[in-house]
Ligand binder design. Sequence first.
Ligand code: BDP
Length: 681
Amino acid sequence: DDGYRLWLKYEPVTIPAIKADYLKYSGFIGQSSNGETIGSASKELQRGMQQLLGKSISVVSSPGNRAGGIVFKLKSETADKQDHEGYQIQLSAGNIVISSESENGLLYGAFALLRRLQMQQPLKNLNIASRPKVQYRMLNHWDNVDGTIERGYAGSSLWKWYELPERVDPRYEDYARANASLGINGTVLNNVNASARFMSQEYIVKVAAIANVMRKYGIKTYLSVYFAAPKTLGGLTTSDPLDPKVRAWWTEKVAQIYKEIPDFGGFLVKANSEGEPGPQDYGRTHADGANMLAEAFKPYDGIVIWRAFVYKADPNADRFKAAYEEFVPLDGKFDPKVIVQVKNGPIDFQPREPFSPLFGNMPKTPLGMEFQITQEYLGFAAHAVYEAPLFKECLDSDTYVNGQGSTVAKVIDGSLHGYTKTLMAGVANTGSDRNWTGHPLAQANWYAFGRLSWDHQLSAEQIADEWTRLTLTRDQKARGHVVNMLLRSREIYVDYNTPLGLSRPWMGVHFAPEPWQSRGSRPDWTATYYHRADSTGLGFDRTTGGSNALAQYQLQVQKQWNNPDKTALPYLLWFHYVGWDKKLSTGKTLWGELCTRLYAGADSVLWMQKQWDLAKVNLDPEVYTNVAQRLKVQHREALWWRDAWVLYLQSFARQPVPAEFEAPKQTLEDVKKSVNVYLIR
Ligand code: BDP
């Protein structure tokens, strides 16, 4: 198994009674309306049933009173937009009936049915009704024109710009199928650090060729835009959003795009962030910039997604506070076509972050969630880290803005503030590698993101079990081992990588440990800025005595985190500077607890290897070996991380490694040398 088929493997049904049951509905597929997306739904059912049951099924356009098939039923639309994409699957008059108000819904219903059949679940009393909790469920690709992917670890870009539009790689369709099977309905094709080239007619027709494939699977295509494009591409003297010529340029540009892509999704914008141009270059606000673009979309369905990932290079500022400070004053000032997209945490996709204080604090502006699926800070494609627990931890966090139970999930699904638009985006981890994601287990993260964007109430465990069943093995015991390992993997990673609320100990490429890195092109691009280790202690004081970032949260949240004695240990160093000898709730000192976690984390990778081995007989040999080898890399690197932290922090704490652990065999200088190798050109 080379992993190409992902979770859409449709392996033959092996339980005879179940197979007999399924065969009862294999007489025909009833598709009475015509449309591209419903056509894809029928095609997928044909493909799935053929492989699951070994029987080819024909599609009929007027099933009449026939029984013994699967029938699509398009219902008339109701006012509720979210119902629109929902579906029902029921047994009725001897058929399996999939009904929805939209073709997208029928497609999602078909995939949901196939998921069930793949899991060999009985059809008795089949009665499923599901609707998405979030309206825009999308992937963000950080793919560049030259085929590279920013923070991509699975080969090069899927999009072959130089071949397009004439040659349309068949892989685009498999990509679309995989996404549609999860309910993902949008994709941003290019990097947020965008090239203006995507706004040229040459590229618009290339994008249109991809959009033609996506459309068949209910997926809208979006582009990231370079805010200064009116200047660099359009030849204007300015890109000032209040300049009439600039506005006209964008209006014209958007019209040009819609000519080629009538269902174009919209723009994603990174502006005045990490050196990207933006409205502030002209003394304007984020709202001025976003609203100008929104105006260009007025005649169309498209939207503007404006990112809130901003921070200035100010040595005295706390980067944690930056997005809130820039965006909260703009609440209510954005055009209704704008969604502000916020990363889950206040800094940047760290292995663990508190939730972003923007959530709950912009009731008049639809805020969308940005998760990172690609493992920029989670060990690239070498480490197995199942991300659903990370996503869930954020979604389940309570902002308390409207009292207890005001979770981030309720901000995102719009129920807390009555948002008219809702969005969840994931920075994609796909690439040209045959198995799409490099690490075979990283497929689970794409899967988990998609499933949660449809229904954030699913549990991390449920999703892991489902994915494992569809992708790796149907055997219950083997599944247990794999799921167990997946569920603990993120915590294990945090333990050897950034325990107790540490963050950003990386060198430039975010791969190797470099907690000693103290010089960078800006202060907040050094490791020491974040951990603040010195001879007396460690951690970033964000209480009133420090940066007071905590004040950006509701009182109840502040109470959770403002007292170092009461702060949950996973968040301790996010909010407090703690003395080396301070006794923690575990009974150990800070130094002792750090060592314990770093050692336990690294050792636990051996435990992961064991879980994987226990499942071996029920796994495909190719997949088994691939993961087993990567787990060896992971262990080697976990030890590297452990030693780097222990030796570096020890130079401040000046204490021995607790007796129960074997002190690192190397010196700090040795570790530094081994990291420096990665910096040599
Ligand atoms: C950081 C990445 C950088 C991205 C940036 C962003 O290191 O490559 O461009 O986020 O999200 O995590 O814009």
